[in-house]
Ligand binder design. Structure first.
Ligand code: SF4
Length: 643
């Protein structure tokens, strides 16, 4: 049978299930990555599994999110991760080495491998032909311990790129166009495979920009072929030996096809407050800009920043604009310095930030009140910048740089000749901010500062459930809504009791206290509940607050998996209209809960307050049923006798 690239990689890593769209499959994981914000929990969970050394081919622990050290908390987390990594055979990427996805593509990613990362933008690795999937920290811990990763076999959607990108139009515009067409829900249960002459011409960093933002489509992952372009990139990184070819078979059958004609594509912008709220830049031309931020795992490669330097060369940033630039890695920063581009950026008036996530995660550089910020990032959810009423627009580095000069959103095609950036033959790669683990880590002492708190343990469900609706929310609730990630909270990612006080704080500030008192509540929501990041804190904080079930119209994939992993039952309205029939504080009852969870696909929820019965769907695989009945993945893994 003619195979897609997805089928080839999954087929060679399959440990259980059949490759039929929608069926549960288990795949072997070659490589894992964590970042510090989700990593502390992942490593606490790995320790709870009593595995002396990771069983993956390669595992890397990055520090890129919480790099500001305004108190002891982040430093405590970093040291815990560094020592636990050394003990268990994990490579440690020190703070300042760069953003996990950028560094992973540069130094570790391998075509044809599977990568599981505790970060939703792990699919960036699809730019070099890896099957790279974002998951919760506990799933990643299980993979490090040698367990399979379970997911529903995705549909495979072919994105055929015809024609050629025109001057001033870039990879960012390709993914924004797809978001415009398909929306933030359009990729659910799918892998996007990019093919065609347009795809073949894109460089690896451009491909990685596109696969990175496949996460915003809600996709399982995205993939480009591993071709001569990939080989040249790996060779320039001194890693040609890591290259293998990957391409779909001629005539491979896809579940769906989307065609984008690059000849017709124009510069695009995602307007506040959703990455799919996309319009042509030309339509917004002339709108005043207060801040321009260039960087993030989406657009901070050497090629991106060289283009920015070429645009800024000999010019001055507009007096009313603050331009901040965070290079994606120390490799990128070093090469900007060696090439002279760094002084070009400085002379033009840019503020250079550390090689880290920085403003993307609200770690500094929040815009002024009500400010307009033009960013090359991947998300513009309300409040994510740290300024609740800021308006964040997502654009390419080209649009960002030109607009920083003019002070208004500017269609770069009106600006002059487009910059040309050529892929270098050789990247600088001294790797001296990587710490490789000792051959035997047994003697390493894991250091736990006071910020490292035990994580809450999930419990098996009771025979029956009687619980109040403690919160009712609408559509598109993000993990930022559930567990805000602003700078004051980020240092507490290893401290769930502290974080839980802020759960849903921007939606209903009384929720944590009411939930703690009730110790057994239900959350009701609309469509696409839990979209956004992979952070399992959005399940751990509700778990700590005693939430037993979440009943919504639809879930985002990773968050639903995190709920199951922590023993919170994810339920769906059988009839969406029943959402209107439940109000805050209604008392809900599910009789014979355990029995129903073990076998039923439709459960009856009795709304005691209104006297109505509501059918809800419990669409779980057999494995998920067992996980919920065991009281979460960790208990299940232990009961199953390891991984
Ligand atoms: Fe870091 Fe932002 Fe990328 Fe997340 S999306 S990994 S916070 S740069």
């Amino acid at each position: 049978m003619k195979q897609t690239m997805t089928a080839k990689i999954i087929g060679s890593h399959l440990v259980s299930g059949k490759m039929v769209a929608g069926e549960e499959i288990g795949i072997r994981i070659d490589q894992t990555l964590t970042q510090d914000s989700t990593g502390t929990m992942a490593y606490l969970q790995l320790e709870a599994m009593n595995i002396p050394r990771v069983k993956t081919k390669l595992s890397v622990a990055y520090i890129d999110h919480n790099t500001l050290q305004t108190g002891y908390e982040n430093a405590d987390d970093h040291l815990f991760i560094q020592t636990v990594a050394a003990k268990h055979g994990i490579v440690f990427s020190k703070p300042g080495n760069g953003i996990c996805h950028q560094v992973n593509v540069e130094r570790f990613g391998r075509p044809g491998w599977t990568l599981l990362g505790s970060d939703s933008h792990t699919p960036t690795g699809g730019g070099i032909g890896m099957l790279a999937i974002g998951a919760g920290g506990l799933d990643v811990a299980v993979a490090m311990a040698g367990g399979a990763y379970y997911l529903k076999m995705p549909k495979v959607c072919r994105v055929e790129l015809t024609g050629k990108l025109q001057p001033w139009v870039s990879g960012k515009d390709i993914i924004l166009e797809l978001l415009r067409r398909l929306s933030v829900k359009g990729g659910t249960g799918r892998v996007f495979e990019y093919t065609g002459e347009g795809a073949a011409r894109l460089t690896v960093p451009e491909r990685a920009t596109i696969t990175n933002m496949g996460a915003e489509l809600g996709a399982t992952t995205s993939l480009f072929a591993s071709d001569e372009m990939t080989r040249a990139f790996l060779a320039a990184q001194g890693r040609e030996a890591d290259w293998t070819a990957l391409a779909p078979d001629e005539g491979a059958e896809y579940d769906e096809t989307v065609v984008i004609n690059l000849d017709e594509l124009q510069p695009l912008v995602a307007k506040p407050h959703s990455p799919d709220n996309v319009a042509p830049v030309a339509e917004l031309a002339g709108s005043k800009v207060d801040q321009v931020a260039i960087g993030s795992c989406t657009n901070s490669s050497y090629l991106d920043l060289i283009k920015v330097a070429k645009i800024l060369e000999g010019k001055q940033v507009h007096p009313d604009v603050s331009l901040v630039i965070a290079p994606g890695s120390r490799q990128v920063l070093g090469m900007l310095a060696d090439s002279g581009a760094l002084s070009v950026l400085l002379r033009a008036g840019a503020r250079i930030l550390e090689c880290a996530c920085g403003p993307c995660i609200g770690m500094g550089q929040s815009p002024k009140s009500g400010g307009v910020s033009l960013r090359t990032f991947n998300r513009n959810f309300e409040g994510r910048s740290g300024t609740p009423d800021a308006k964040v627009y997502l654009v390419s580095p080209e649009v960002a740089a030109v607009s920083a000069l003019t002070g208004t959103i500017t269609d770069p095609r009106t600006f002059g000749a487009a910059p040309v950036a050529v892929m270098p033959d050789k990247f600088i790669s001294d790797d001296n901010l990587l710490v490789f683990p000792p051959a035997d880590g047994q003697a390493v002492e894991v250091v736990r500062g006071p910020n490292i708190k035990p994580f809450p343990k999930a419990q098996p469900p009771a025979e029956s459930l009687r619980a109040p609706v403690l919160l009712k929310v609408g559509d598109n609730i993000t993990t930022d809504h559930i567990m805000p990630s602003h700078a004051s909270l980020l240092p507490y990612r290893s401290n769930i009791p502290h974080l839980a006080k802020y759960c849903f704080s921007g939606v209903d500030s009384s929720f944590p206290e009411r939930a703690l008192q009730a110790q057994g509540g239900i959350i009701v929501g609309g469509n696409n509940y839990g979209q956004g990041s992979s952070r399992e804190h959005a399940a751990l904080a509700p778990l700590y607050l005693g939430i037993k079930a979440v009943l919504v119209q639809s879930f985002a994939r990773i968050h639903r998996a995190n709920l199951v992993n922590f023993g919170i039952v994810p339920l769906l309205f059988a009839d969406s209209a029943d959402y209107a029939g439940i109000s805050l504080n209604d008392e809900l009852v599910i009789e014979n809960l355990r029995d129903q969870l073990s076998a039923a696909t439709v459960l009856t929820v009795r709304n005691v307050t209104t006297g109505k019965d509501i059918p809800v769907k419990w669409e779980a695989t057999e494995r998920e049923r067992q996980i919920i009945l065991a009281g979460g993945l960790l208990n299940y893994t232990r009961q199953a006798g390891g991984v």
